[in-house]
Write a protein that binds this ligand. Structure first.
Ligand code: AMP
Length: 231
């Protein structure tokens, strides 16, 4: 934690762990700037930037963007908000990326969302979409009235490529081999905080309480520093 009171956090969790939802709640409740590597890449693809065009096909296939490209992109964005507290979501995803971040900024806390893989598989593979409208159903807790059909139009529902059992298994495998070592990296630095569970709404209160405590300690340190400097 820096004496300037700037708080730097990273959130890590497998695809489908509720990372996006938890990140949104953290940035809203605690005012941290939310930097999502996936959002940055998608914005480049939508804006058809040179980088976006170059990376689109590998991102579509769920492959990781090369470390040096990703690190440069994120570190450039972080430089622009150097005086703010931030939450990084989706980066670092490899130990090489964690090292390049560490060379510039020290991370105060890493929030690890530990959701069992079988829960994620159930969650993602039970999701069906009506492509023309974007309506999403979940066969477990929000099923369509007629199996396989959209409630409004009666048209067929499909499973997104990302959500088919094979693809979900592949994405989880990539997480295991490439991103789990990042957890070890931060555990050895003593900044890893793990939150385990199967439901985002049950995990969130624990994350919230933890961050309340952490940030009040930072604010106290900041006040002490300010008062020492003005003496
Ligand atoms: P996400 O929305 O975080 O799942 O990211 C979507 C896609 O962007 C991933 O499947 C990767 O292809 C790419 N991507 C996002 N973050 C990174 C990263 N830190 N390193 C490499 N590739 C990434």
């Amino acid at each position: 934690m820096s004496s300037s009171g700037i708080f730097r956090a990273v959130i890590i969790g497998p695809p489908g762990s509720g990372k996006g939802t938890v990140s949104g709640r953290i940035s809203k409740s605690f005012g941290l700037k939310h930097i999502s590597s996936g959002d940055i890449l998608r914005a480049n693809i939508n804006a058809k930037t040179e980088l976006g065009l170059l990376l689109k096909s590998s991102i579509d296939r769920g492959q990781l963007v090369p470390d040096h490209v990703m690190s440069r992109l994120i570190l450039t964005d972080l430089r622009a908000i150097e005086q703010s507290s931030w939450l990084l979501d989706g980066f670092p995803r490899t130990v090489t990326q964690a090292d390049s971040l560490d060379q510039v900024y020290s991370v105060d806390t890493v929030i690890n969302l530990n959701v069992p893989f079988h829960t994620i598989k159930e969650r993602l593979t039970s999701r069906w979409t009506h492509l023309p409208s974007g309506r999403v159903y979940n066969i477990d807790f929000n099923p369509p009235k007629v199996p396989g059909r959209d409630d409004v139009t009666g048209e067929p529902l499909v499973q997104r490529d990302d959500d088919t059992p094979d693809t979900v298994t592949r994405r989880l495998k990539a997480y295991e081999t490439q991103t789990e070592p990042v957890l070890e990296y931060y555990r050895s630095k003593g900044v890893l905080e793990t939150f385990s569970g199967t439901e985002t709404n049950k995990i969130w209160p624990h994350v919230e309480t933890f961050l309340h405590k952490k940030l009040s300690t930072i604010n106290k340190a900041k006040m002490i520093c300010t008062s020492l400097m003005t003496k």
